[in-house]
Design a protein around this ligand. Structure first.
Ligand code: SF4
Length: 299
């Protein structure tokens, strides 16, 4: 078998990134479609019902016109699981993700959202200094690469909150902070969406965990039964706030609540909240060491 060149694998990852970014923006996962339909069936307020039926119609139009579900193409955020034997170095994987993001933006074309954070000047086709954002996980005894693309709209990303609770605040303090955050956010993050909560670790890691939480398929539960119970409890409490679809009042404020957690210092209790709007877009590619790509909308 001819040896696979780095350039071939670079091209495979770049193509995958270009495809994932556009695909995620156009074709939302089945679990999200089901959750939105279920929400429309549960909502009893008239404005809430109108919002949800408009959202469902929006999804139908995006499907039939092969167009974006929302105009905000977000910032491209990728999560990479890299096998220790995957034959392309992470530095080259990053280049390929950046090149694929830029190509998708220019070829589709997509709105270029990236700006210098001080001057506010556009930095290019959804790329710039440290953009796109890539999170890394390294997997022993494996030669594959999984890339998940989660374009993150600004309306929901602006509704991100961090509190360094103290251990004495306990679980009550965690619940209070999550509820206060979502009530304060009101209609701004385009509800109903997914509330991601990160608990433990450090300040930065808690927010990273909250971001991981919003990228899970809707309604999946944390493997730790204690944390899973808190997910169920918060899901119920958040829907009792009455904020409703787009903040217009109603029964459905969130589609679900996911929590990711890490062990922490005995004097720390960090809690982060990251909101994902109703357009909870995500798409994944599994890339083999020989460059074969398998796309997966449901991961
Ligand atoms: S928050 Fe989400 S649904 Fe609202 S405008 Fe941004 S991407 Fe679109």
């Amino acid at each position: 078998m001819p040896q696979l060149l780095d350039t071939d694998l670079h091209a495979a990852v770049e193509d995958a990134a270009a495809h994932l970014y556009v695909w995620a923006l156009k074709d939302i996962p089945q679990d999200l479609r089901d959750a939105l339909r279920d929400a429309a069936g549960r909502e009893t307020s008239v404005p809430g019902q109108r919002v949800l039926s408009t959202i469902l119609r929006n999804v139908e139009v995006a499907d039939s016109e092969r167009n974006l579900v929302c105009q905000d193409t977000g910032i491209a955020v990728y999560t990479c699981r890299v096998g220790e034997h995957f034959p392309l170095h992470p530095a080259r994987i990053y280049e390929a993700l950046r090149d694929g993001t830029a190509r998708a933006t220019l070829e589709h074309p997509l709105r270029s959202n990236a700006v210098h954070t001080i001057t506010r000047e556009n930095t290019g086709p959804n790329v710039g200094h440290r953009l796109p954002i890539v999170h890394w996980e390294f997997v022993p005894d494996w030669d594959g690469l999984d890339v998940k693309c989660v374009p993150k709209g600004s309306g929901s990303e602006n509704m991100s909150f961090l509190k360094m609770c103290v251990p004495a605040d306990g679980v009550v303090g965690i619940k209070k902070f999550v509820l206060e955050s979502i009530v304060g956010a009101g209609g701004k993050p385009c509800p109903p969406g997914i509330v991601g909560v990160g608990i433990g670790g450090s300040a930065d890691y808690a927010m990273y965990l909250a971001k991981e939480a919003i990228a899970r398929p809707i309604g999946t539960r944390n493997a730790d039964p204690v944390v899973a119970q808190l997910e169920d409890e918060l899901f119920g409490l958040l829907n009792e706030t009455g904020i409703g679809p787009m903040g217009l009042g109603g029964d459905v404020t969130v589609l679900n609540c996911h929590i990711e957690h890490a062990d922490t210092h005995m004097t720390l209790n960090p809690v982060a909240v990251n909101y994902q709007c109703w357009a909870a877009r995500r798409a994944t590619a599994h890339i083999a060491a020989d460059g074969a790509v398998d796309y997966d909308r449901e991961a």
